[in-house]
Design a protein. Sequence first.
Length: 369
Amino acid sequence: MRRLKLVIIILAVLFVAGCAEYDAQSGSGVVEEVPDNDVIQDLPEIIEINDFEEISLSENDPETLSVEETISENESHEDTISQPDFTLSEIPDFDGVPYVEVNGGKPYFTEEELVAKPYESYSPFDLLGRCGTAMAMISPDMMPTEPRGVIGEVRPSGWDTVKYDVIPDRYLYNRCHLIAYQLTGQNDNELNLITGTRYLNIDGMLWWENKVADYISMTGDNVLYRVTPCFEGGDLVAKGVLMEAQSVHDGGTCFCVFCYNVQPGIEINYADGSSCVMEPVQGATANGTDPEKESVTSDLHGATYEDNSMARTVIPEGTAYVLNTNTYKFHLPECDSVGDMKPKNTEFFDGTREEAVQMGYEPCGRCNP
């Protein structure tokens, strides 16, 4: 019996030594614990995946989402943005008119694009940090019902905060929405804001934006809309924007225009956004008009008025108050008194009420801002 016990002990020692040698050869000096049967039963089954789009949560899970549904509605879909068959070489030099018709006024859209469902897409920045084409099928539901928010923190490529006395509200540059806020409600989307002159924003783009917004509001029809900023070479400031629009059902609105990113009286270095006042040209005024016709003012619809006070006052986006630099009163943008102000006495202000008061302005007794 004693010999039998000794043999068993020797065999046990040899067995343990052999296991240790095997673990050493395999690079492990620790014997891993094997989970018991209950743990093994709780492990998930291995699923063979043949089609990614068929993967989903349990059918009994109320939060189960399809692949398409997991894509954010606000995600930019670059594949929906097409580029117009257009080059800057087709555009004549600026001659005092804020925009010029392109391609006979007909957009470069395809028939397939005109039947798309409502969407909006914005191109990513290029290597120079510049915005690209923005495109949308605009429907009434996309148009905002709240006032636009603050966008002062956005600094588009080529941005420079500079003022000149020859400009009505003195600021040379605006943060110009490619697709206007009033159309899709995009506020401070950096992919939708470029450095544009006040002239581009107000005299060039605004009338066309209003045309689209008014049409959609009146008819309920969708409008395919595309705005392409046109940069030359490595310039950080665009030479202008190509604006295209076409209503889907009745063709009630349809245009293709190039709006110049210029400011009469100011010379712009498009490479970096720097600028300076132009040398006066004999026979012309700072705003580019014939000095013998300075009393005639054109509004955005092409009509003319002998009295400047009769011209339509266009309020830039983001204006908090309108200042009268003659009476030193400040008004709400919708105040009736604004329409009576002469352009030379009108200044648009995006600051606070307290700041306007500190500047020496008094609130209008008509609108009580």
